[in-house]
Design a protein around this ligand. Structure first.
Ligand code: IVH
Length: 669
């Protein structure tokens, strides 16, 4: 029977690996996503029922885990150097001339490639299997991010049959494609998390996440451009990279062998334009001497190879007309001036608006009405106004003046001392500030109300259904049907989501209220220190300011918030609706539910706490300490000298073993 199961598992793994390759590397799936999911689920079930067949290379391992991981530092066998930069065709010509001189006048083939704008990664394969993935780090040593890298579906855990060396290293770039980057930033904007400036930062940040399931969700990709090792299959870079492609890794299809400076020229002119149509970010091109013997002869400087050079694209800049300036009011009342521009194509997207940030910037750029403005989009995704074409200024142009009154509610604006921003002080009665607070309240890190996103929050306000956050709890399905695009299913989902938000713990509720200057961390501290909203509302400024990390400014805004009658009324109504206004933490001895229901075995000797303390920590975080390892064990918390029998059993059943640092990180905030 087990023999059959084993075969079935292996067959499923083989087939799923093949479909992963078709989908993620070749971009040509042969089955539907649903068919894939059905097979994957079947494999997951079989593996769960038969932990003896656990294999870290199984396609099921690519969905990531929730375990917090520290990164091990790994020294690179060969340092990871960077490339010399050039910014013009003349500089590329100089490079080629230097290379030819270095080779005693010998001619050479050049390979032209795209320079992908992500974060570099080094993979090591042994006997056709991925054994390690390490970031560039400082070039000498980097972080072992293998657990995160295996979630990238286009990276094979097992290579296709081929002429690969027994051991080799392949380097490339981890990328977040534009579409996934934009989606991620949309989510982050909604959840009020800081946005990533460009896909490079997003890819690097994602690769360093502690939770590989979140890495898997974000949709990274990777392209490879450098093969290293002894006994490589071919004597030139180009054919080696083509071989890497056949082994199952993604290599750039744009890689081209060039034979003359004219061809280099044409390659640059072509990609300067065409790269804008690619689904991933690029910041230039790379030219490499193709022949490995010639590469070796040229060698390296301390920082970069003499056989390769990067050519950087100039940031794109356009000149366009300022049609008008609009003044936006944010949730916190800050007024942001936005330039409305004549539409212009920049780095593949049409730009119609660009932030002018604040009054100081308008003044320093000396912007006048109807000016022709220079807009740039470099590595940053958000277009930036970098200057004014003074020569084209119209004779009747007047300087753009910052508004003096709130464009939404008419209240005179105030400027906080020492800050560039002008603010509408009418916090609790200014419409966009109220709508912004509704949007904030329903967000993922706050009340996490299913079915209400940014648009829906606006609609609820615009249709007059929700004028403040307390109104949400009076909503009925039939009220929601007023909104044109909303069907009964979505309306029910929203009402259920609102009901479910009554379970959201007090500390998140404090954050959800949008008390000025109270962010996620401060909200948590306030919730723990107060234990209940009644206590929090009764606190005096000096009580608040004496709480660690709460300064006088925060204390004052809390006092001001609770002194407002409308806010008092909102709190009263939220309380009646059943929103959690008391801390559960202070009532029970549980510190968290982070180990909810997890069965954990303790083994070995520990440095930071005693075994009994660890037992207590497990229980106080909702877990269960069990004596012996079985297939139901969730993980083993192991110190030094873990018993060999336990170790063997844990390995046989594929049960995770974590050390005390990892465990402490898991239960910490
Ligand atoms: S070759 C020894 N090829 O650019 C140098 N690098 O500025 C090997 N990059 O660290 C690098 N696309 O992260 C090479 N086609 C390409 C590349 C590329 C992007 C990155 C890489 C490198 C950085 C240097």
């Amino acid at each position: 029977m087990d023999g059959n199961v084993k075969e079935q598992i292996e067959q499923l793994r083989r087939v799923l690996n093949e479909h992963n390759y078709n989908y993620y590397v070749l971009n040509s799936p042969t089955i539907s996503d649903k068919e894939f999911d059905v097979m994957l689920r079947k494999l997951q079930d079989l593996e769960a029922a038969h932990p003896e067949f656990y294999d870290p290379y199984s396609p099921t391992q690519r969905v990531g885990s929730d375990i917090t991981q520290g990164f091990k530092q790994v020294v690179h066998e060969r340092p990871m150097l960077s490339l010399g930069n050039s910014y013009s065709i003349e500089e590329v010509e100089d490079f080629l001339r230097r290379a030819q001189n270095g080779l005693g006048g010998e001619k050479s083939e050049i390979v032209g490639e795209l320079k992908f704008d992500g974060t570099s990664i080094s993979l090591t394969y042994e006997h056709g299997r991925l054994v390690r993935a390490v970031t560039r780090g400082d070039g000498t040593q980097g972080d072992d991010v293998t657990n995160n890298i295996v979630t990238i579906r286009s990276i094979p855990l097992q290579l296709n049959p081929g002429n690969w060396p027994d051991k080799f290293e392949v380097r490339g770039e981890v990328l977040l494609p534009w579409a996934n980057f934009e989606q991620l930033n949309r989510e982050r904007q909604f959840n009020e998390e800081p946005l990533f400036a460009n896909p490079r930062n997003a890819a690097a940040g994602t690769l360093k996440l502690q939770k590989s399931s979140e890495v898997a969700r974000r949709g990274l990709d990777a392209v490879f451009y450098f093969l290293l090792g002894e006994s490589l299959p071919y004597p030139d870079h180009y054919r080696n990279m083509k071989a890497v492609g056949e082994w199952g890794l993604k290599v750039s299809p744009q890689m081209t062998v060039l034979h003359s400076i004219d061809e280099v020229h044409r390659f640059i002119t072509y990609w300067d334009v065409e790269r804008k149509k690619l689904p991933v970010a690029t910041d230039g091109l790379v030219f490499k001497i193709n022949d490995l013997a010639q590469q070796q002869e040229l060698g390296f400087t301390a920082k970069s190879p003499r056989w390769a050079i990067a050519y950087k694209f100039a940031p794109e800049r356009e000149c366009t007309k300022l049609q008008s300036v609009s003044w936006e009011v944010g949730r916190t009342g800050v007024i942001t001036p936005v330039a409305n521009l004549s539409p212009v194509l920049l780095s593949g997207t049409i730009v119609k608006r660009a932030s002018l940030h604040n009054a100081d910037i308008i003044e320093s750029l000396d912007i006048h009405t109807g000016d022709m403005l220079y807009v740039e989009k470099g590595g940053e995704i958000i277009p930036k106004i970098v200057g004014v074409n003074n020569k084209m200024r119209q004779s009747d142009a007047v300087p753009v003046k910052f508004v003096t009154h709130c464009p939404a509610c008419g209240t005179p604006l105030v400027r906080i001392e020492g800050e560039a921003a002008w603010v509408c002080p009418n916090k609790y009665h200014c419409p966009p500030q109220i709508a912004g607070r509704i949007e904030h309240f329903v967000g993922r890190h706050m009340m996490d109300i299913d079915g209400i996103g940014e648009e829906m929050a606006k609609d609820l306000y615009d249709y007059g259904l929700v004028e403040n956050i307390a109104d949400l709890y009076d909503l009925r399905v039939e009220d929601l049907l007023m909104i044109d695009r909303l069907g009964i299913k979505s309306a029910e989902r929203i009402v259920n989501g609102i009901k479910k938000s009554l379970e959201v713990p007090y500390e998140k509720v404090v954050f959800a209220l949008s008390i000025p200057n109270v962010g996620e961390t401060t909200a948590k501290i306030l919730a723990r220190a107060s234990g209940s909203i009644d206590n929090l509302m009764a606190m005096k400024a000096e009580d608040l300011a004496s709480i660690n990390e709460v300064g006088p400014i925060i204390a004052d805004s809390i006092i001001e918030y609770f002194a407002d009658e409308l806010n008092q009324e909102i709190i009263r109504r939220l309380k009646d609706a059943g929103v959690q206004f008391e801390s559960k933490v202070s009532q029970s001895s549980n510190l968290s539910n982070k180990l909810d229901g997890k069965k954990i075995v303790i083994s070995g000797v520990f440095a930071k706490h005693s075994r009994d303390e660890y037992k207590m920590l497990i229980e106080h975080n909702g877990g269960k300490n069990v004596g012996s390892i079985s297939k139901n064990t969730d993980f083993v918390l192991a110190g030094e000298n873990m018993g060999p029998a336990k170790l063997e059993k844990a390995n046989a059943l594929g049960i995770k073993i974590i050390n005390e640092d990892e465990f402490l990180a898991m239960i910490s905030d």
